[in-house]
Design a protein around this ligand. Structure first.
Ligand SMILES: NC(=O)c1ccc[n+]([C@@H]2O[C@H](COP(=O)([O-])OP(=O)(O)OC[C@H]3O[C@@H](n4cnc5c(N)ncnc54)[C@H](O)[C@@H]3O)[C@@H](O)[C@H]2O)c1
Length: 344
């Protein structure tokens, strides 16, 4: 399978390029970024050629699949063009910036008979996968309530455009702030773990600290809190933040009929169970991948994308399912605006 990567910033360098490079059966065809030196940098690291434009890469019949790793606002246009050009697509999260765009992406994949997956690496983290197995087996009983948090010091420390001029802080390129940037991971994760659909959301979003270069507040939220109600009765909260200075938090705690399940709440034991009788079990499965990781490492997303295509099987990353999580994100945006609960 020959792949191309569009957008050559941090996620392309640290995950997509790195993971394709180490994946058996994959050849990297090349890279495109509107800043050519970024594409050159990744060609230097992972091989392949530089393409002069998206159109040039998509017109290359030898390319079977592309990764879309550009700023959020350009996800849909490039993804749809790639699907129409007959390529499979792995698009980064958040899928796109409107419900209509997300639906058009899914429709384009169907129309062209190509695969569209979204880079939801949290579904593939070892402790999350194990949690899903245990919940499916009934080990914890029903999830009654939960708290899921994703907070770090901000995308301006991670983006290839380091500093507060980053596109992540601008509505035109990012469209969303921490709520969709980080919240999509957790909304999608709890939907997946609870195994029920989100029927109502209540969200509040704020700009507490981040500033643009001229000292004015950033154009998108840097903190948010969401209350999610599920069809099966589960109610819980998601918290997102770009202002957790000093240490990231990526913890999900599920309070279930038979006890408590803690995921990535401890640096050593990524899965902990507190049984209803107070006894505890601790499993050191892995450490959560964070934006502070200096070493490049595998998220499992590329393995899943490539294997699902080659094995012609459904994937946990299929866009059609992730579209439902995105609908909850758009409902959160509406809810924060009207300050009322909203149904996705
Ligand atoms: N799965 C995850 O956990 C995760 C983590 C980080 C970022 N992301 C997502 O990946 C995407 C990229 O983020 P990043 O952190 O790599 O950002 P980045 O700022 O490091 O890099 C983005 C790159 O895209 C290029 N670009 C932007 N718009 C373009 C366009 N229209 N055509 C060509 N190139 C374009 C920029 O020049 C830049 O090099 C975002 O959607 C982000 O939300 C996902």
């Amino acid at each position: 399978m020959k792949v191309g990567i569009i957008g050559c910033g941090s996620i392309a360098k640290q995950r997509h390029g790195y993971e394709y490079f180490h994946k058996d059966g994959v050849e990297i065809g090349g890279f495109y970024d509107r800043m050519t030196e970024r594409a050159e940098n990744l060609v230097g690291l992972y091989g392949g050629r530089i393409y002069a434009s998206v159109e040039e890469m998509l017109a290359d019949a030898s390319i079977d699949a592309v990764s879309v790793c550009v700023a959020n606002a350009a996800h849909a246009e490039i993804t749809i063009a790639a699907l129409n050009a007959g390529k499979h697509v792995l698009c980064e999260k958040p899928m796109a910036v409107s419900e209509q765009e997300c639906e058009a992406m899914v429709a384009a994949a169907k129309k062209n008979g190509k695969r569209l997956m979204i880079g939801h690496n949290q579904r593939l983290s070892p402790a999350h996968k194990r949690a899903k197995e245990l919940l499916s087996e009934g080990r914890m009983g029903r999830v009654l309530t939960f708290q899921s948090t994703f907070g770090h010091k901000g995308p301006e420390m991670w983006s290839a455009d380091q500093g507060n001029h980053t596109w992540f802080f601008r509505k035109a390129d990012a469209s969303f702030g921490s709520m969709a940037d980080l919240g999509i991971h957790k909304l999608d994760l709890v939907r997946y773990l609870v195994g029920s659909e989100i029927t109502s959301v209540f969200s509040t979003m704020s700009v507490l600290d981040k500033k643009l270069p001229d000292g004015s507040p950033i154009e998108v939220d840097d903190n948010s809190v969401e209350v999610l109600q599920f069809a099966n009765g589960t109610v819980g909260t998601v918290t997102t933040s770009w202002t957790y200075y000093g240490e990231e938090c990526n913890a999900t705690v599920l309070y279930c009929e038979k006890g408590i399940m803690k995921l990535y709440a401890d640096p050593e034991y990524s899965l902990q169970i507190v049984n209803a009788d107070g006894s505890t079990e601790r499993y050191a499965l892995d450490r959560m991948q964070t934006n502070d990781d200096e070493q490049m490492s595998s998220s499992g997303v590329i393995d899943e994308f490539v294997d699902a295509i080659l094995e012609d099987r459904p994937s946990i990353l299929d866009a059609e399912d992730i579209l439902r999580s995105m609908k909850a994100v758009f409902a959160c945006l509406r809810s924060a605006e009207v300050q009322k609960p909203v149904q996705p």
